[in-house]
Design a binder for this molecule. Structure first.
Ligand code: PFF
Length: 460
């Protein structure tokens, strides 16, 4: 390998698995997955989501890891390397740039939501949910959203937490997240499922999530599930590419990616099984939307015995999950700045953390001072950032990555990296990334654009 390995290499395949899982498992699993499952009627939605992970997500994830491991650098320079090696047009390097920008945009609003979880951890520690009623819980959440300085404070704390980990470097910083925080997260979730099993309405939660009710399956739900597959697996922006660059040479890419996909999916399902039993046992609405964990669960935690401890465990868990994902949102840009030779990891973090922080301030103000500022496609800055990244940039990035690998990278190179010459699975994967995944993603993409244009034109 001529490429530099200046950022270090994971100690083992397992550190990659844990770090990639840390990136994948985040607010998408614990905050977003349960509420969109609730909004889309449960079982049928879950099934479509699982199918999307398998048919679109995992094949594209393999493609991302492959580019990263071949290039062994930041997504920008890895794209440059594989583009030159493949003799493709240099414009493909733009994919790396797009990823860096997308990561910073996601981090800016992701950090604001993680900030809510930080505030809720503190409230839970100080037993702030005791005996709280439904209207009080909603009012409490509304108060938080209406308090610009509080939101900016927690957003700033979260950006600092993220940059502190990334600044300490891959083997120390990211490795620590992988080795210590991920297992802790799993332990906490299992604890909560245990609670749901004995104290919550587990049977109803289980049947809600896994009984296939055909009539609940709308076209909108299918497309929501598809879009979420990208977000939850951290695909389409180079996060997994950057982590792939630190993967040992002889780790099997296919098996590794499938492990990460399974862990991410299982954790989302387990998060659902931790949350819904509490929701149903307390007569709460499964379809209450983005406020599901912030407005509804405090009522349950406030009413149950031991809710003080369970509430704290739950929101700390959300913060940890968000933290290990946020690290991967900034790493592609940091790695690139370090590669320019002009910055060390600390300075790179200060610069990029600062950019995300600044954009995040606009996201935080979307709930108060800027709530009427809807110049961006009729959306607040927060909604616009979420829309642009989840609906446009991630699907577009994922589709292009998949097309690039399938149509430009030489078969010998793919076989060498995959270490699977002539294996039937290799052919199936190539077929998927050549035709199926990009076509399905294109549908999501067109739908997302059409949906917003239709909304703007008022022809929904
Ligand atoms: N996968 C993360 C989640 O589910 O919360 C979010 C995310 C992280 C998206 C990193 C994209 C990314 F590159």
């Amino acid at each position: 390998m001529l490429q530099r390995k200046m950022h270090g290499v994971w100690k083992s395949r397992w550190t990659f698995v844990l770090a990639a899982t840390g990136s994948a498992v985040g607010l998408g699993n614990i905050w977003k997955f349960p509420y969109i499952t609730g909004e889309n009627g449960g079982g049928a939605f879950v099934l479509v989501y699982l199918a999307c992970i398998a048919v679109i997500g995992l094949p594209i994830m393999i493609a991302e890891v492959l580019i990263g491991r071949r290039g062994r650098q930041s997504p920008i320079n890895s794209m440059r390397y594989v583009t030159e090696e493949a003799g493709a047009q240099p414009t493909w390097v733009g994919l790396g740039w797009m990823g860096v920008v997308t990561g910073l945009l996601i981090l800016s609003f992701y950090s604001v939501v993680a900030g809510w979880a930080l505030q809720y951890s503190v409230s839970a520690v100080s037993n702030g949910f005791a005996g709280i009623s439904g209207s009080q819980a909603s009012a409490r959440f509304g108060e938080l959203l209406g308090n610009p300085s509080r939101l900016i404070l927690w957003h700033s704390v979260f950006i600092l937490m993220t940059t502190a980990v990334v600044a300490t470097g891959v083997t120390r910083g990211l490795g620590m997240v992988a080795r210590v925080l991920m297992p802790l997260l799993v332990v906490m979730l299992i604890l909560l499922v245990g609670y749901g099993l004995f104290q919550g309405n587990f049977a109803e939660a289980f049947s809600f999530m896994f009984s296939f009710k055909y009539d609940h399956l709308s076209w909108h739900g299918v497309l929501t599930a598809m879009g979420h597959a990208f977000f939850t697996l951290s695909l389409g922006m180079g996060a997994i590419m950057a982590y792939g660059a630190y993967m040992p040479d002889h780790a099997n890419v296919g098996q590794t990616v499938i492990t990460v996909g399974i862990l991410d999916t299982v954790i989302a399902l387990v998060a659902g099984l931790a949350i819904f039993p509490i929701v149903f046992a307390n007569g709460l609405e499964a379809s209450s939307g983005p406020g599901l964990i912030f407005e509804s669960l405090p009522i349950a935690f406030g009413a149950m015995s031991g809710g003080h401890i369970f509430g704290t465990v739950f929101f700390v868990l959300v913060v940890i999950a968000a933290w290990s994902s946020a690290v991967s949102l900034i790493e592609p840009g940091v790695a690139w700045l370090v590669e320019t030779g002009k910055f060390n990891r600390l300075t790179a973090n200060v610069i990029l953390g600062g950019v995300s922080w600044l954009i995040g301030v606009a996201a935080a103000l979307s709930f108060n001072l800027l709530s009427e500022f809807k110049w961006l496609l009729g959306m607040t800055p927060f909604d616009f950032l979420d829309f642009m990244t989840s609906r446009v940039l991630l699907p577009l990035g994922g589709m292009l990555i998949s097309l690039f690998v399938a149509w430009y990278i030489k078969k010998e190179v793919i076989e060498e990296e995959m270490d699977a010459e002539g294996h039937p699975m290799l052919e199936i994967w190539l077929f998927l990334i050549k035709w199926i995944s990009p076509a399905l993603v294109a549908i999501v993409f067109v739908w997302a654009l059409w949906g917003s244009i239709a909304k703007l034109l008022g022809v929904e």
